[in-house]
Every structure is written in structure tokens, then in C-alpha cells.
Design a binder for this molecule. Structure first.
Ligand SMILES: C[C@H](O)[C@H](O)[C@@H](O)C(=O)CO
Ligand SMILES: [Mn+2]
Length: 419
């Protein structure tokens, strides 16, 4: 590790500055260490999965780019995730989609998946000190079409109901064996391209499908439902809108998933945190970066992510919010994409944990709004970066830009050879 003295000295100076405004830096670091990010497995291979080698991504989502080195097998996904973990301070989780099963080369349709197809993932996760989360997969399948759980054909709905119940059962097994409840995220792309007249009908089918799916209770699963504004090719109607799933989550006391790319481009999700947490037990986040649409660009430390982290910390809700990442950029080094996005998310939480919240609250309560705004602005320039470097250093992962050369080396030795 380079320049150890500099890191410690800068941290000591930063700590003094924060303590002068009433911030407990050691406690912030302790809390940051407790935030497990759920890394999305699908950045390794551009959401292809291992059902069949010619899988075409559908469902209104797209991974654009052709950067060499994507993972081509389960072993390569695991190898890449293990590498990513060496760059991230803290203990994290992996979120799998149902199409990433270990099917042993056999054709296993979605309504036939079993926990046994994910046992090798569970064993691997255990050996690597990771916990798992899970997602049913409605896209990239001959029966997907434009609609699944909301389809007007009962046989199609029944197929996807069966798939989703089985997915939750797999999540339950993961949660049980790994000793940590698995989040099961349900996102279906269901919608229509053009003006749709039977919206009420499709949404009532979707509700009925969900009722059948959630009639099964699994002890080791935390269920979540993910809304979306629209998918590509399905621009006019989305069955699972925000209002639809918010109502469903509240009525059934499950989680809503908030994906940063699933709202109107100027709509921020930070302000939904305190509202939803008053009515649902927990939340699941999909931290992402929409550029003009739900483009799933790599997460960076932008205002949307910072404000989101602030709202969670200010609401004292770290233990009620599950933080998943969701983006897929096939145009740059994929390991680098994970590390940039995961570290940016951690930096946002660190900034939030280092906020001089007591002073800010006092100003607000006294109606001292100039002082509140001034302190919010000054806090942006406080040396949180030195605290993050120290966090990396004490957790034995590369500090600052050191990870760039290490990822380049991995590319040279491993991913560039995948041809
Ligand atoms: C692959 C994921 O399940 C998917 O990205 C979903 O979470 C989503 O956000 C779709 O836009
Ligand atoms: Mn998502």
C-alpha cells in the first residue's frame, strides 16, 4: 500500500475538521462498513445468463456496447465478482437473476427451476463470505412477448406465476443456507407500445397474479416489487407503474423497489424514501444512472445518489433500506464498471453519514434557513474523500486510483483472453 503516512495524516486532519462541527467520524465509518451493497451479477455478461448461449435480451432493456471480455460461463462470472470484491471495502451481497442457474447444459424452462440449480451458487457464496439476493426473470424468453403476469391469456400468466413462485422458493433456500434473508425482486416488463384501452383489465390480471404468487409464504425472503415508467418498445403503457406497485406494497406490507432510472427523467427518488417508509416495512433500491432514459449507465457520485443517501441516513433508516445496484454498461471494462459504481454509492453514503446533521437540524428548527443553506454548501467541500481513502486503507483494498492499474492488469491477464 502506497503513501500510508499521507493517508493517516490526512484522515487525522479531516477528523478534526468534522469533529469541530459535531460529527462523529469513527461512528460514520462503523456505519458505512455495515452497509452491504447487493452487486448485480448481470453487469458481468450484459444480462445474458446461462439458459442458452444465443440468448437475446428483450423486455425493453438494452445493454449497449461491445467491450471485449464479458463473462461467458458461471465460472467466469464468479471469477469476476471475486475480483470486484477485492476492490470494495466491506462485506457485500450478490444479486442473481433466475437465468443465471447452474443448469449443467440442460434445457430447464423457467417454470421448472429448482433450488438445486442454484446450490453451486450458494456454496460458492458461502466460501466467499457473500450473501445472495434473487430476481425472477420475465424477459428474454419465447413466452415473454409484451406481457407476462398481466397477459390476457391465462396459460401465459400461469407459466409466469409458476416461475415467480419457484424463484421465491430459490431465494428462500439462499436465505436459509446463508443465514441472511434474501431480497426477492419482482420486475416484469409488461406493457404496450401504443395507446392501450384495456389498462384496468391488465392491471387487474397483474394484481391477481401477484396475489397468487404471494399467497406462498417464505420465511427467509424479503419480497419486493419494482415499478417502471416505460420500456423501449413499450412506451405507452406499463402495467407495473409506480402507483400500481406502491399500492400493492402498502396493502401487502412488502417492499417497493425504487430504481433511479424508472421515473420521469427529472423526477428524483430521494423524496419518496420518507413517504414509503411510513407505510412499508423496508425498501429495496436499484442504484442506477439514467441518461435521458433508463439507460443504466454506470453509477457515479451525482446529486441523485447523494440526496438519496442523505434521505436514508437522515431518516435513520439504514437498517430498513436494502441497497442494490442495477446498471449494465457493455462499452467499458466491466470490472471497472462495478468498482466505479459501488464505490460511488459508498461515497454517497459516507458523505451522508458525515453530515453535520445536529447543527443542520438545529438551524432548521430555529427557522435559521440562511445558516442551514450555508452549512449544507460548506459540507460539500469538507474532506470526506480523505475519510473514504482511510476507509479503503483500513479495509485493505486499493486506495484512490490504485484500482485502475490493478483492473488493467486483470484485463491483461484474464478478460482480454476471453475470445
Ligand atoms: C435486469 C434487472 O432485473 C432489470 O434491470 C430491472 O431491475 C430493471 O430495472 C429493468 O429496467
Ligand atoms: Mn432495476
Amino acid at each position: 500500500m502506497k503513501n500510508t503516512l499521507g493517508i493517516e495524516q490526512k484522515f487525522a486532519y479531516a477528523k478534526e475538521k468534522y469533529e469541530a462541527i459535531g460529527v462523529d467520524v469513527d461512528n460514520a465509518l462503523k456505519q458505512l462498513k455495515g452497509i452491504s451493497l447487493s452487486l448485480h451479477c448481470w453487469q458481468t455478461d450484459d444480462v445474458t445468463g446461462f439458459e442458452n448461449s444465443n440468448a437475446q435480451l428483450s423486455g425493453g432493456i438494452q445493454a449497449t456496447g461491445n467491450y471485449p471480455g464479458k463473462a461467458r460461463s458461471i465460472d467466469e462470472v464468479r471469477q469476476d465478482i471475486e475480483k470486484v470484491a477485492t476492490f470494495l471495502p466491506g462485506n457485500h451481497r450478490l444479486s442473481l437473476h433466475a437465468i443465471y442457474g447452474d443448469f449443467g447444459g440442460k434445457k430447464v424452462d423457467r417454470d421448472q427451476i429448482e433450488p438445486e440449480h442454484f446450490q453451486s451458487w450458494i456454496d460458492w457464496a458461502k466460501a466467499n463470505n457473500l450473501k445472495l439476493d434473487f430476481n425472477s426473470t420475465s424477459f428474454s424468453h419465447p413466452k415473454s412477448g409484451d406481457q407476462t403476469l398481466s397477459h390476457r391469456d391465462k396459460t401465459i400468466r400461469d407459466f409466469w406465476i409458476e416461475h415467480t413462485i419457484r424463484s421465491r422458493r430459490i431465494a428462500d433456500e439462499m436465505g436459509k443456507q446463508l443465514g441472511s434473508k434474501a431480497c426477492h425482486n419482482l420486475w416484469v416488463h409488461d406493457g404496450q407500445k401504443d395507446m392501450t384501452v384495456d389498462r384496468f383489465l391488465y392491471r387487474s390480471y397483474l394484481k391477481d397474479s401477484l396475489d397468487q404468487i404471494f399467497a406462498y409464504k417464505f420465511e427467509n425472503v424479503k419480497d419486493s416489487v419494482e415499478c417502471k415508467l416505460f420500456g423501449t418498445g413499450l412506451e405507452s403503457f406499463t402495467a407495473g407503474s409506480h402507483e400500481f406497485y406502491m399500492g400493492y406494497a402498502v396493502q401487502n406490507q412488502i417492499m417497493a423497489t425504487l430504481d433511479l432510472g424508472h421515473f420521469h427523467p427529472t423526477e428524483e427518488i430521494y423524496d419518496k424514501i420518507s413517504s414509503l417508509l411510513l407505510y412499508t416495512p423496508e425498501l429495496l433500491l436499484h442504484v442506477s444512472r439514467p441518461v435521458r432514459w433508463d439507460s443504466d449507465h454506470v453509477v457515479v457520485l451525482n446529486e441523485s445518489v447523494i440526496m438519496l443517501a442523505q434521505e436514508i441516513v437522515r431518516a435513520n433508516a439504514l437498517n430498513r433500506v436494502n441497497v442494490g445496484l442495477d446498471y449494465f454498461d457493455a462499452s467499458i471494462n466491466r470490472i471497472g464498471a462495478y468498482v466505479i459504481g459501488a464505490r460511488a454509492t459508498q461515497k454517497a453514503f459516507l458523505q451522508a453519514l458525515l453530515e453535520p446533521i445536529n447543527m443542520l437540524r438545529k438551524y432548521e428548527a430555529n427557522g435559521q434557513y440562511f445558516e442551514r443553506l450555508a452549512l449544507l454548501e460548506e459540507a460539500k467541500a469538507l474532506p470526506w474523500g480523505d475519510v473514504y481513502d482511510y476507509f479503503c486503507y483500513i479495509n485493505h483494498v486499493p486506495v484512490g486510483i490504485e484500482f485502475i492499474s490493478e483492473i488493467n492488469e486483470y484485463e491483461k491477464q484474464v478478460t482480454s483472453r476471453r475470445i
